[in-house]
Ligand binder design. Structure first.
Ligand SMILES: CC(C)(COP(=O)(O)OP(=O)(O)OC[C@H]1O[C@@H](n2cnc3c(N)ncnc32)[C@H](O)[C@@H]1OP(=O)(O)O)[C@@H](O)C(=O)NCCC(=O)NCCS
Length: 161
């Protein structure tokens, strides 16, 4: 497995991987469970747009984990990043490893890659977040050197009354 920069043409697979990976652990799906479809769109549609927004915001900071099988690349995960050089802080909005490839250290390697990228950009700190309902982040992120600094509560309501 190696990590390389995003290339145009990767996006369809990475978008699909994102939607698959966040089933059961996304704010958008929680909202859908409570309110149903919104404006004719399901949570997958909204989640896919978040990937598109990451890509549009910082394509140079999107890194893809790749396995080469019989000389052919297989995309198995990615990490997206945003950088704020003035603030000195980098942010990791999305980290995904495809289901069949988890538990082999790929997630950790993608985080390490993102942190090295931040350092090369002259940043001094990094942020990442997780939902409480996701059992992985609260173990994985401290294992990668992050310390908890806050908890946040998300609310939503319909506008029909
Ligand atoms: C989170 C994710 C990227 C981790 O990828 P991965 O390649 O399996 O991670 P690694 O193999 O590098 O695991 C690193 C650590 O994560 C934690 N971890 C991994 N799977 C876990 C699980 N099912 N439950 C709890 N902790 C877990 C462990 O601390 C593990 O370290 P250890 O094996 O030394 O105990 C992957 O599970 C995924 O894509 N999940 C769906 C999307 C998601 O939740 N993204 C993160 C948003 S918070």
């Amino acid at each position: 497995m190696h990590v390389r920069s995003y290339r145009p043409g990767d996006e369809d697979l990475l978008r699909a991987m994102t939607v698959e990976a966040f089933a059961g652990t996304s704010i958008d799906e929680n909202i859908e469970r409570r309110f149903g479809l919104i404006h004719g769109h399901d949570w997958r549609w909204r989640k896919a747009r978040q990937f598109d927004a990451d890509l549009a915001a910082n394509p140079a900071g999107l890194f893809v984990a790749v396995e080469v099988v019989d000389g052919r690349e297989q995309l198995v995960g990615y990490v997206s990043t945003r950088v704020d050089p003035e603030a000195g802080i980098g942010h990791i909005p999305h980290l995904v490893v495809a289901a069949g490839h988890r538990g082999r250290g790929i997630g950790k390697r993608l985080i390490a890659h993102a942190l090295d990228y931040f350092r090369r950009q002259g940043l001094t700190h990094a942020q990442i977040e997780t939902l409480e309902q996701n059992p992985i982040g609260p173990r994985l992120f401290p294992a990668c050197g992050f310390v908890e600094v806050a908890r946040k509560i998300y609310y939503a309501r319909a506008l029909d009354h």
